[in-house]
Design a protein around this ligand. Structure first.
Ligand code: ZN
Length: 137
């Protein structure tokens, strides 16, 4: 059983200043450590998570135009406002859902990166339980 005890102290002004400095230093060290752990997790967290699950993490360029590129023919439109959820490719006339089109393009980009690293991509898109599964970020 855990017990907690509250103690009330009445420090002198000098003792209060000393305590404030000590607690301030402890807070600074704690916040610094928290920042280091947080930044390490941001940098390596996904990679570690993928490794734990037996998957291979592939990073694609954050500026890759996944929504504006037609997943059927590869044509890229110059401007596609966020409010436009469905659009028609001017080159091949394919009707595209913005999110599904982006997902297909991201998957394709991940497969290209995977192959560039000398790894293979399963034909079923990584749904098989054995071997490397695909993860795109
Ligand atoms: Zn197209």
């Amino acid at each position: 059983m855990l017990k907690a005890t509250k103690i009330r102290i009445y420090p002198t002004p000098e003792q209060a200043e000393f305590l404030n400095r000590q607690f301030g230093a402890a807070r600074f060290v704690y916040n610094k450590a928290l920042h280091i752990i947080s930044s390490q997790h941001k940098r390596h967290g996904l990679k570690l998570k993928a490794k734990e699950q037996g998957k291979h993490l592939v990073k694609i360029d954050q500026w890759f135009a996944s929504s504006k590129t037609c997943s059927c023919c590869g044509h890229k439109v110059d401007f596609l406002p966020l409010s436009v959820r469905n659009w028609t490719c001017p080159a091949c006339k394919a009707e595209l859902d913005r999110d599904i089109n982006a997902a297909i393009n991201i998957r394709q980009q991940g497969i290209i990166k995977l192959r560039a690293e000398g790894l293979s991509a399963p034909a079923n898109g990584g749904l098989r339980k054995s071997g490397h599964a695909l993860v795109a970020a």
